[in-house]
Every structure is written in structure tokens, then in C-alpha cells.
Ligand binder design. Structure first.
Ligand SMILES: [Zn+2]
Length: 92
């Protein structure tokens, strides 16, 4: 078994596509043909269309989806990293 060979399960890939489509900001797009994504990466995650998708909102939705699924949370742990190592932000 090699490390770092995570592949997003297809059910979540479908969800990601849904999210991408939901956050499209224009009607027609020649980059993604109205899909909201332009390709699928090796880890089975989509490549958002840079032309018509509000990436920030799509990302927020994706983060929510990940948070709701234990198996994804471990893989996307970096999304949830917060400075909580006993070192509260100091505003000196
Ligand atoms: Zn597009």
C-alpha cells in the first residue's frame, strides 16, 4: 500500500460536480460547457471551471460536505486546520 494514493469515491465526485454546477455565475460557458468543471484529476476530484464558477462559494460548500463525512474529513484535514495548539492568537 502506498501512501498518498487517496482517490475520492465516485459518490463524492458526483456531489462535487453538483456543487460546481450550483455555483456557476453565468449561463453559457465555452470552457466547461455549462458543467462548472473542466476535468477530473488523478485523485478523482474535479477541476473547477475558472471562468464561470464562484470558487470561493463552491469551496465553502465542499468544505461543508467534507465535514459531514468522516472518511473525507481525514483526507481533507488541512481544510480544517485551526490554530488551536494551546496557542491562542495574541494581539500584542
Ligand atoms: Zn465554465
Amino acid at each position: 500500500m502506498s501512501e498518498g494514493s487517496f482517490r475520492l469515491p465516485d459518490e463524492h465526485l458526483e456531489k462535487a460536480k453538483e456543487i460546481a454546477a450550483r455555483h456557476r455565475t453565468r449561463r453559457s460557458c465555452r470552457v466547461c460547457y455549462e458543467r462548472g468543471w473542466t476535468g477530473v484529476a488523478q485523485d478523482n476530484t474535479i477541476v473547477l471551471c475558472h471562468k464561470c464558477v464562484d470558487a470561493e462559494k463552491a469551496f465553502a460548500d465542499w468544505k461543508e460536505h467534507v465535514a459531514a463525512h468522516e472518511e473525507l474529513r481525514a483526507e481533507y484535514a488541512e481544510l480544517f486546520q485551526e490554530p488551536e495548539d494551546g496557542q491562542p492568537e495574541s494581539q500584542s
